[in-house]
Design a binder for this molecule. Structure first.
Ligand SMILES: *Cc1c(COP(=O)(O)O)cnc(C)c1O
Length: 434
């Protein structure tokens, strides 16, 4: 039966990993299998077990695993002896990407951005954005938000809220304040107004910021979705106070909320945008920072990296842009599927007196506690669904299915998740049946 995951009954022998690999690893601890093959929404382990991927590499695999069009483009490129590594030299693969990104993404949206290739991970793109904002404004302070996640290197980590992650820095993380995100102080407090008030008051103690750094939907922070009005207010506050607006679209971008950029619905145009995760379309490392042309005040080499411009990623990213984004069909389909997900999660929430979070295909269920969420995701994994948690206390069960998931497979996976929520949400987790 094609809809059914069929997990292997036993954990694989993980002694090799215990002996050799650092303790720092995480995801593999709750999903102790050894995977070999993947296709579309399915991952296969060594024992022949089959798993439905509701994690998608934390939204790095928006088009699923090994999409045939992307895979073929890469195979053809390698077969023809295409360049793999080239520092930032001009290459055919890079020019094809620059043209596709300009013609398919930027021009139709009337966006005029300079494209900067950074080192290949998201945190690189964020570091570049922060450096540029500080250089241009001559200011040091950055306004970030509660529950924000922006990466693990010192600059981006300073902008990240999570105490456990911050604790790994080993040095003070400064020059950033974490202002309340939309909804953080409950429904009656407009936290954008609060920020505006603090920035307008010379005695508030808040330094003039070089930038306001924001995720439209907080991926790791618990799928908190900012409203369009709040985002518009933040954009206007940034402008009025001489700060650059940086939208970190690393997780919410590349179609996860429907449109290519997650800020399109709000009608705002950030000064700087960071992209990574699903940019290559195939899980290859690839990140970039976009900014208004006037902001391109870098000296040559002032920010660089050996692995800027991963040619294989250029090839798959170009194929993904052409295949999925040449018209509005894919985005409309993501929106439709996101509504389906919303309805299903709302029903689960109602049944157990819980609540939901998120926007588009980036949604989750607030299970009330980290223990409850962990129990749900463990039960789901036992049934063959790869799924994770996020949020301040890891209390959000987050559904990050590939955007390409077929409706019947998606519905069946959500049926199974619903079952797992039902069997887990017992009085042991403080949830009384209604
Ligand atoms: C994942 C993520 C990053 C960091 O990307 P890495 O590739 O892990 O360095 C930054 N910002 C957001 C919003 C992310 O989700």
């Amino acid at each position: 039966m094609t809809l059914e995951p069929s997990p292997s009954p036993l954990s694989c022998d993980i002694s090799l990993y215990d002996r050799t690999e650092s303790r720092v690893r995480t995801y593999c601890r709750t999903m102790p299998r050894q995977f070999g093959r993947a296709e579309g929404v399915w991952m296969y382990d060594d024992e022949g077990g089959r798993y439905l991927d509701f994690l998608s590499g934390c939204s790095s695999l928006n088009y699923g695993h090994n999409h045939p069009v992307l895979k073929q483009a890469l195979l053809d490129y390698i077969e023809a002896g295409g360049i793999t590594h080239s520092l930032d030299l001009h290459t055919e693969a890079k020019s094809a990407f620059l043209e596709a990104f300009t013609d398919i993404i930027l021009k139709p949206r009337k966006l005029d951005y300079r494209i900067m290739f950074t080192g290949p991970t998201g945190t690189n793109a964020v570091e570049a954005a922060l450096k540029l904002a500080r250089k241009i404004t001559g200011r040091q302070h950055i306004v970030a938000f509660t529950n924000g996640f922006h990466g693990m290197t010192l600059g981006s980590l300073a902008c990240t809220g999570n105490a456990g992650k911050r604790g790994g820095a080993g040095v003070p993380l400064g020059h950033v304040s974490h202002e309340p995100f939309d909804g953080y102080c409950g429904p009656d407090v407009d936290t954008a107004d609060l920020l505006d008030q603090r920035l307008s008051d010379p005695s508030s103690g808040l330094d003039e910021p070089a930038a306001i750094l924001v995720e439209t939907v907080q991926g790791e922070g618990g799928l908190n979705a900012a409203s369009a009005e709040w985002l518009r207010k933040i954009a206007s506050i940034a402008k009025r106070h001489g700060a650059l607006l940086i939208v970190d679209d690393i997780q919410a971008g590349c179609g996860r909320t429907g449109e290519f950029f997650s800020f399109e619905d709000a009608g705002i145009v950030p000064d700087i945008v960071t992209l990574a995760k699903s940019l290559s379309g195939m899980g290859l490392p690839f990140a970039m920072t976009l900014f208004r042309p006037e902001l391109d005040q870098w000296a040559p080499g002032e920010h660089n990296g050996t692995f800027r411009g991963n040619n294989h990623a250029f090839v798959t990213a170009t194929a993904a842009l052409r295949h999925f984004w040449s018209d509005g069909i894919f985005a409309a389909d993501v929106v439709r599927r996101g509504r389906l997900l919303e309805r299903r999660l709302e029903a689960m929430a109602r049944e157990h007196g819980l609540s939901t979070r998120g926007r588009g295909m980036m949604r989750g269920l607030d299970a009330g506690s980290g223990e409850a969420a962990a129990a749900i995701t463990a039960a789901a994994f036992d049934r063959g669904i790869i799924i994770e948690t996020s949020g301040s206390h890891d209390e959000i069960v987050k559904v990050l299915a590939p955007l390409t998931i077929e409706d019947d497979v998606f519905a069946h996976g959500l049926d199974m998740l619903e079952e797992c929520v039902r069997t887990t949400m017992t009085p042991a987790f403080g949830v009384a049946a209604e």
